[in-house]
Design a protein around this ligand. Structure first.
Ligand code: GDP
Ligand code: MG
Length: 456
């Protein structure tokens, strides 16, 4: 097979949960460092990442005497910010991830951001384990530094074990209320199927950390090797027309290799775009700028690199989505499904009543952010249609329909996009309002002023 093991990339794991549940401290504990105390106010202010080499993980799980032989080079863990105002960053974190650790404080149970994280994980279909952290806070806990959890639990008094079980049962019930089945990991035979695993941990004294690492590793072996082997990983940054090249897409190749002639699938507004790479282009090095046609052609390009791709049918590609390479063993239909995943989750947020404003944004990411904002309790603006890229006549047509249904929604909110001359003229003629801004709040202010004005 061409799938050589040393071509596997490291899985990306993100660590999520309510603020102060111990996300950063858990990473510190695994790393053997102390980032947590150095942080401003203890809050992780940006998306930071830590790479754990396989060797490190093997060492830490030795005592469990399980087969922790890793086929991946390591594990990249992203520590996402824990503060409420970082919802968008966090959703970006979970979007990147192959797996996630959801941290819950055993003394608090599920908290608002735990539930928010759960919803993001559900939305993205990301598998996760629950780290039930701060078990050392149980009254009378006897420290067994860095011990596997079963061993540590055996050392505890009846009272501690009783308190643990009571809290565990409560938390399992809270998860059930969110539609999620959970179970202690060593009792969960269905791991990763319908029941998610809970691993009790202490980020301070290290109990349960070997279990957490082992579970992530075993999981990787079981479910992730294929996923990490096949295609390259690529994100579309921008879609644009270039003189002499037609429509091209600028991408970042995060992992793997792209070849001229590769069959690729990109997310489109309605359907996936299946095409093949006609040219792989990078800008000429400075000294060669005089040479006519300022791009270099490549037969193949390895990650990480930013590249301009020329292929047929890219006009409707959507910035902010993933580009998939169809490998020799891949089922095209499956890849198409995967490519449309992002779009589906956005589409599902459109108001079913068919009454609402039309929203247009520059990339899928900015559209998601805007939709998220419009949904919040303070705002609550229903959306009936969405689009990505400049506002065209066809978008205005959609808003015109609303003139008859619900006049105040005959509006286009254009976020960080241009409006074509034709679209502008049609809108003026028909009485459709177009609000343009590059900051979400400004769009809302304009909308609100308009509505208040209508009411008077
Ligand atoms: P984050 O906001 O989720 O990243 O939480 P931090 O890692 O910053 O931890 C918040 C606070 O809880 C800090 O004071 C930590 O020292 C403390 N903490 C974290 N994990 C544990 C744990 O397992 N046991 C105890 N007793 N305290 C913990
Ligand atoms: Mg933190």
């Amino acid at each position: 097979s061409s799938k050589s093991e040393d071509s596997l990339r490291s899985p990306i794991c993100c660590i999520m949960g309510h603020v102060d549940t111990g996300k950063t401290k858990l990473l510190d504990c695994i790393r053997g460092t102390n980032v947590q105390e150095g942080e401003a106010g203890g809050i992780t202010q940006q998306i930071g990442a830590t790479y754990f080499p396989a060797e490190n993980i093997r060492e830490r799980t030795k005592e469990l005497k399980a087969d922790a032989k890793l086929k991946v080079p390591g594990l990249l863990v992203i520590d996402t910010p824990g503060h409420e105002s970082f919802t968008n960053l966090r959703s970006r974190g979970s979007g990147l991830c192959d797996i996630a650790i959801l941290v819950v404080d055993i003394t608090h149970g599920l908290e608002p951001q735990t539930i928010e994280s759960l919803n993001l994980l559900k939305m993205r279909n990301t598998e996760f384990v629950v780290a039930l952290n701060k078990i050392d806070r149980l009254y009378g806990w006897k420290v067994c530094r860095n011990a596997p959890i079963v061993k540590a639990m055996k050392q505890q008094s009846k009272d501690v074990q009783f308190e643990f079980n009571t809290r565990l049962t409560q938390i399992v019930t809270q998860f059930k209320e969110q539609g999620i089945n959970t179970e202690l990991y060593y009792k969960n035979k269905e791991m990763g199927k319908d029941t998610f695993s809970i691993i009790p941990t202490s980020a301070i004294s290290g109990e349960g950390i070997p279990d957490l690492l082992l579970l992530l590793v075993q999981w990787t072996q079981k479910t992730m090797v294929d996923r990490l082997t096949y295609s390259s990983e690529c994100t579309v940054l921008e879609v644009k027309a270039i003189e002499g090249h037609g429509t091209t897409i600028d991408v970042v190749l995060i992992n793997g290799i792209l070849h001229e002639g590769d069959q690729i699938i990109v997310c489109g507004m309605q359907d996936p775009i299946v095409t093949s790479i006609r040219a792989l282009l990078t800008p000429h090095p400075m000294k060669e700028l005089r040479i006519k046609g300022s791009y270099l052609h490549h037969k193949e390009i390895k990650a990480a690199q930013s590249i301009k791709i020329n292929a047929q049918g890219l006009e409707h590609a959507i910035a902010g989505t993933s580009l998939y390479v169809v490998g020799p063993d891949d089922d095209v239909e499956n890849v198409k499904e995967a490519a449309m995943e992002d779009m589906r989750s956005v589409m599902s947020r459109i108001d079913k009543s068919g009454e609402g404003v039309h929203v247009q944004a520059s990339t899928l990411g900015s559209l998601e952010a805007l939709l998220e904002f419009l949904k919040t309790d303070e705002v609550r603006i229903p959306v009936s249609g969405i689009g990505i890229g400049p506002v065209h006549k066809k978008d205005v047509m959609k808003a015109i329909v609303m003139l008859e249904k619900k006049k105040e929604y005959a509006i286009i909110l254009a976020f960080d996009v241009k409006v074509t001359q034709e679209a502008r003229e049609l809108a003026d003629e028909a009485g459709v309002k177009i609000f343009i801004a590059d900051i979400i709040y400004h769009l809302f202010d304009q909308f609100k002023a308009y509505i208040d004005n209508l009411k008077e």
